[in-house]
Design a protein around this ligand. Structure first.
Ligand SMILES: NC(=O)c1ccc[n+]([C@@H]2O[C@H](COP(=O)([O-])OP(=O)(O)OC[C@H]3O[C@@H](n4cnc5c(N)ncnc54)[C@H](OP(=O)(O)O)[C@@H]3O)[C@@H](O)[C@H]2O)c1
Length: 279
């Protein structure tokens, strides 16, 4: 099986690539930033690709000829939509061609009354959430069940950029953005890679919510993490919510085994360097 990871130099993409390389022979990836060319110069599995150059994407697909594409891209929304349309067309033309698309909990930011399961209809208010819904629908329209949608909340994994920034901001007494009366769930690099690997091996289809089963207060999580990291007390810049708000993609798919399920305590332990959950 040939696998192409778009955005393989990013946080999620690089973790997924590293994990899949242990299981599959032919795993390719892309980076965008020319400054990273040196970093990948000796790595024949990494290709430079920038959104907007459609010819380049087609050439990349011809060269790598993937059966599975894993999309971990960021960048201009319009250009991402164009790229995903071309990807869908390419994969639709292949027998069993499929895509795993990293979507977001923000597809539900237009309905903050409760946590959401895979069976709920997305409703977004933010342009980011609306863009993610548009990509999900585009791919599902082109590929049906062969478009696997992975909706994720905030990633707090080992050495992730969000964690590094949080740690530095707290240590240096810089204001940390937070939201009062706001409840969310979380995921980690390990949970995402373990689920991607399992979904591929078991040939599962449809929509998956990859996140903790339980929820936590947004500010309480930051306070708890700062304490466990031993970096001091955060100086918060709080955006208060009058009413309780929830942004959480809770996992409800029965095919995913118990050993791949995690809770917020596992995320806190992993992020603070006291890991418990292993796959
Ligand atoms: N991180 C989270 O907490 C989170 C939560 C929910 C959903 N997601 C979704 O998960 C996916 C991955 O997120 P991430 O945090 O791992 O992202 P990231 O670390 O910022 O990585 C983004 C990747 O996209 C590439 N990229 C950026 N602009 C591009 C362009 N114009 N053309 C081509 N490639 C471009 C980057 O290449 P360079 O490295 O060369 O710049 C990098 O490989 C995204 O779709 C995001 O919406 C993430």
């Amino acid at each position: 099986m040939r696998i192409l990871i778009l955005g393989a130099s990013g946080y999620a993409g690089s973790c997924i690539k590293k994990a899949l390389e242990k299981e599959y022979q032919e795993v390719f990836g892309t980076y965008q930033n020319q400054m990273k060319a040196g970093q990948f110069s000796g790595d024949s599995s990494m290709y430079q690709y920038a959104l907007g150059k459609q010819g380049e994407l087609e050439a990349l697909l011809r060269k790598t000829d993937p059966d599975v594409v894993i999309s971990c891209l960021r960048g201009d929304f319009g250009r991402q939509k164009e790229a995903h349309k071309a990807l869908g067309e390419f994969l639709a033309g292949k027998e069993n061609g499929s895509i795993l698309y990293l979507s977001s909990a923000n597809v539900f930011d237009g309905d903050l009354r409760k946590p959401h399961l895979e069976t709920d209809l997305p409703k977004a208010e933010s342009s980011y959430g609306q863009f993610k819904i548009a990509c999900e629908e585009l791919l599902a329209g082109q590929l049906g069940e062969r478009a696997v949608i992975l909706r994720i909340p905030e990633i707090w994994g080992t050495g992730c950029p969000r964690l590094k920034k949080f740690q530095k901001d707290v240590q240096q007494g810089r204001p940390v953005q937070t939201y009062g009366n706001f409840w969310v769930n979380y995921t980690t690099d390990r949970q995402i890679t373990a689920w991607v690997s399992y979904i591929m091996k078991q040939n599962l289809h449809g929509v998956f919510h990859i996140g903790t089963r339980d929820l936590y207060g947004y500010t309480a999580f930051q306070e708890e993490l700062a304490e466990r990291l031993g970096v001091g007390t955060p100086v918060f810049e709080i955006e208060e919510n009058q009413e309780k708000q929830v942004l959480a993609v809770v996992p409800g798919r029965q095919e995913i085994p118990e050993r791949l399920q995690i809770g917020v305590e596992d995320v806190l332990r992993l992020a603070s360097g006291r890991e418990r959950w292993m796959v």
